[in-house]
Write a new protein. Structure first.
Length: 159
């Protein structure tokens, strides 16, 4: 559970101004902190108390590996990832990557595991969205600002 300082950071991140700053600052900082901590911590985890993991996907057009730190909501044996892009009007690049190449790797707490990404729709979308919004209330603000249907993915262990 997030402490009061972490909840304040979460509130700031949900605002238009906070999102604008975070979308430009967090990803490069998180990549460095993740690497320096042995793939265990990110600034988001430290400041906001949100569970963060590293998504390693394959570029939809380039075919090159792409690494993105994201909030991962525990879900059964896997995770839910929300393509909110901090409430921006377009999907983050990783959404397009997963639609073309669903076989990915997630790194959490220093452990890398293979997963398969699956975009969810309908009732499953609503269930996963609500679970994620309960984890981080900022998703609701992002949904309003984005003006688009935010992509939701479930990541299941590869077989």
């Amino acid at each position: 559970m997030a402490n009061s300082a972490q909840r304040a950071i979460q509130y700031l991140a949900a605002t238009r101004f906070g999102s604008w700053i975070l979308v430009r600052v967090l990803p490069p900082i998180d990549r460095v902190i993740f690497r320096l901590s042995g793939n265990k911590l990110t600034l988001v985890t430290l400041l906001a108390g949100l569970p963060t993991l590293l998504l390693v996907s394959t570029g939809a057009k380039s075919g090159q590996p792409r690494t993105t730190p994201l909030v991962g909501i525990p879900h059964g044996d896997g995770y839910i990832l929300i393509g909110s892009n901090f409430g921006q009007p377009h999907h983050p690049a990783w959404v397009y990557n997963l639609r073309v190449h669903p076989a990915i790797q997630l790194i959490r707490n220093g452990q890398a595991c293979e997963y398969t990404a699956r975009e969810v729709h309908g009732e499953e979308y609503e269930t996963c969205w609500q679970k994620a919004a309960n984890y981080y209330a900022g998703y609701q603000a992002y949904k309003v600002r984005a003006g688009r249907k935010i992509a939701v993915f479930v990541f299941e262990p590869a077989k």
